[in-house]
Design a protein around this ligand. Structure first.
Ligand code: HPA
Length: 271
């Protein structure tokens, strides 16, 4: 397997990266954001030696480099889910490639099911914390001290200053946002009604099958994270409903413009 450093070096040979500090990981149906990048150039994951490949429909598999105003941005359009069979360590490696490319801030978006009747589909939810119920962890195995310590703290994974800044921008743009705890399951099946009740009691506000491995790996290596969920559906049984992947894609697509506007302005206003 190629090291993260080797993969980063190869990417630098193929893209004219100068000083990139922000990366965005796009969730299901949210790839519209990628079109906003100016002067963009992309590499398919297939073109990058040692880079893992994605498989789910709605997830493309390309690394896009470009500008928002004067800011360089890297965008991962297509992510790696544990339910596809990817090892959690593979996800850590992708994050470390970003670290080796100079990334200091990671904006992660996803689609998630609401665990609260008062949080309807279409809501944008800033992630203030997470519960890792996947049973997996990207940091399992020998620790690479170059990236971070053996036992990293995870209680400030989504720093308040980034969420506060995002809330201010949302207010300015008149985009309504809520805040909540993201509850990660392994998937790929949607939850049972009993699980949905249990996850709500445990403190989750939204349930999804991604994001947490990336966040753990990012926090480990000192990358700050802003996480935003698009609530695409009520979680199974919450309102007597049965979720489908199609529904999540359609709802994510509807929210895509708002999500893109929020992320774009957030990046523009970075110091
Ligand atoms: N459950 C799990 N993952 C999801 C859901 C859900 O209801 N919606 C979008 N991703």
């Amino acid at each position: 397997m190629n090291s993260a450093k080797e993969i980063a070096e190869e990417i630098k040979k193929k893209l004219p990266i100068k000083d990139v500090e922000t990366a965005v990981i796009l969730g299901s149906g949210l790839s519209g954001f990628a079109q906003i990048l100016e002067h963009q150039q992309s590499l398919r994951y297939k073109e990058i030696n040692g880079f893992p490949q994605t498989s789910v429909s709605g997830h493309k598999g390309e690394l896009i480099y470009g500008y928002i105003g004067a800011k360089e941005v890297l965008c991962l359009n297509g992510r790696f889910h544990l339910y596809e069979g990817h090892e959690p360590q593979t996800i850590a490696q992708v994050i470390r490639v970003l670290k080796d490319l100079g990334i200091k801030r990671l904006i992660i978006t996803n689609a998630a099911g609401s665990l609260r009747k008062d949080m309807a589909p279409g809501t944008l939810m800033l992630i203030k914390d997470h519960i890792n119920f996947s049973g997996k962890n990207p940091l399992v195995g020998a620790n690479d001290e170059i990236y971070g310590c053996r036992f990293p703290a995870m209680n400030n994974a989504y720093p308040e200053h980034l969420r506060e800044k995002c809330k201010k921008i949302a207010e300015k743009l008149k985009i309504s946002v809520k805040e909540g705890t993201y509850f990660m399951v392994l998937g790929p099946n949607f939850e049972t009604a009993a699980e949905v009740r249990a996850f709500g009691i445990l403190g989750g506000d939204a349930v999804g099958m991604s994001t947490v491995p990336e966040v753990i790996a990012a926090v480990h290596c000192g990358i700050e994270v802003l996480g935003i969920s698009v609530i695409t559906n009520y979680a199974a049984g919450l309102v007597n409903n049965t979720p489908t992947h199609q529904e999540t894609l359609e709802e994510a697509d509807k929210a895509s413009l708002r999500m893109s506007a929020l992320v774009t302005e957030f990046i523009k206003e970075e110091e």
